[in-house]
Design a protein around this ligand. Sequence first.
Ligand code: ATR
Length: 274
Amino acid sequence: MKKWYAVIGDPIAQSMSPAMHEEWFSDAGIDASYIPVHVREQDLSKAIESLKRLGCSGWNVTIPHKTAIIDLLDEIDTSARMMNAVNMVKVLEDGRLYGMNTDGHGFVRSLEEKYGTVGKGKNVLLIGAGGAAKGIAFALHEAGYGPIAITNRTLEKAELLSSDIEGASAIPLRDAEANLSNFGLIVQTTSVGMNFAKEGIPLQLMNVSAGTIVADIIYNPLRTEFLEQAESKGGLPLNGVGMFVHQGALSFEQWTGVYPNTKKMIRTITDQLG
Ligand code: ATR
């Protein structure tokens, strides 16, 4: 039987995942399909039952189900446990549901695809302390980056997150802003600057040093005000397209054993959004 995969969420029509995975299946010569499934918050458990019954082999999970789905799975990996969020599910051979979170590792892959390991051995500044920040902080730490300083509008949340990561510290936004030249890798994980609706910038970048890698996990718009300021100071930019593509590629690899062509996909999506 032809295998099929899905992405569930609400809203879902705008998702770029189906086109991305369909292209990768075709490139890999795998006869499988990937469809968007609109699942409202209150329908999640019924939807999971249906996906299982209809033989779906795995699916991605997006807003608003990333946390709620955990209770409906049989097992989750460490990243998902730490982030309290799942972005992909694999149906195991015995039918059990295994949930993972590939967002943090997707970020590290995207960083290294563009800049190699230039950021290693440098002080890292992470802006934000929500779910995305958590996954990225753990993945960076696991990959040997750091020490990591975490700054956030609500400092207590940065303190809480930093206490979970060896060698990490929390610093107030103003101190981070004043001492930006100490950091060789800066990662913006808040929603500030997203979709033009939340215009603005979480901190000013006038003190950033030329040659510092400055990443923003937002990909719509491709160039946030944060990245624009960084570039005007000679910072090396990284937008969120790579993280999106690599979290998908890591899902694809879990399902098929193949790591797909991410560079080509990043170009396609960048052209679409540009
Ligand atoms: P996600 O899972 O996408 O990370 P989240 O868990 O809601 O979402 O976290 C959102 C992050 O963006 C938090 O760090 C939040 O700061 P607070 O902890 O102070 O709420 C940050 N954030 C959201 N809106 C912000 C704003 N207008 N200014 C500064 N930070 C903001």
